[in-house]
Design a protein around this ligand. Sequence first.
Ligand SMILES: C[S@@+](CC[C@H](N)C(=O)[O-])C[C@H]1O[C@@H](n2cnc3c(N)ncnc32)[C@H](O)[C@@H]1O
Length: 247
Amino acid sequence: MSLIGIGTGNPRHLTGEAVDALKAAELILIPRKGPDKADLADLRRDICAAVLGDAPVRIAEFDLPVRDASNPDYRTGVNDWHDAVAATWAGEIARNLPDGGNVALLVWGDPSLYDSTLRIARRLDPAPEIDVVPGIAAPMVLAAAHRIALNEVGRPFMVMTGRLLRSGGWPDDADTIVVMLDGDCAFQTLDPAGVTIWWGAFLGMPEEMLIAGPLGDLSDEIIARRAMARERHGWIMDTYILRRRED
Ligand SMILES: C[S@@+](CC[C@H](N)C(=O)[O-])C[C@H]1O[C@@H](n2cnc3c(N)ncnc32)[C@H](O)[C@@H]1O
């Protein structure tokens, strides 16, 4: 089984290794996530069409099971959801590739970063041999778009979710944080004094939006522009870097 990083929405993010892995597949599984995320399935379809041409690779689309967000225990909810997704993959593989063969999944960004595809693949029985093809991750596309380095000289940076930033505040020992998976603009819960933000949405796509500057000056503008863009497209993915000045 090949888990292939495809970058963040620009078909040109695909590496040569990713192209080779796609061409070597016998079955490609494409999840459908419902109408609000239609663009992501569309992009996966477009990538397959562009890369595969007339190659006889079977493509199976399936409806991704929905996570039960009502479960009070977040980890248990995610665990149950991963089981359900693995069972759906197993059904699709048995139906489309009954004699076995190489199955591929196109993973958004890079498979190692805030993505469960590897964890789900490990639930398959019998356990498949897994190849991972690295992809260009959202923080890399964001840093490149703003032309900044993620870390200061010799310093670490922390990558975290909006949920963690909101519940735990600015982490100790980090002067730079990268925030992903934030539907609620958790930056607005911080003391903005001395903090710079580099924000980006739809990174790598034609709709790309970039805003950078002092958090205190830009927080309201980002919240407003994010809401408008989400309204216009029906969905949004954004990532931001925050850096606190050392006093
Ligand atoms: C489930 S995670 C997947 C991350 C992915 N594996 C990666 O390497 O970037 C989804 C989050 O990645 C970030 N993201 C992915 N694609 C993005 C894009 N095109 N523009 C901005 N942020 C993006 C957002 O923070 C989004 O909430």
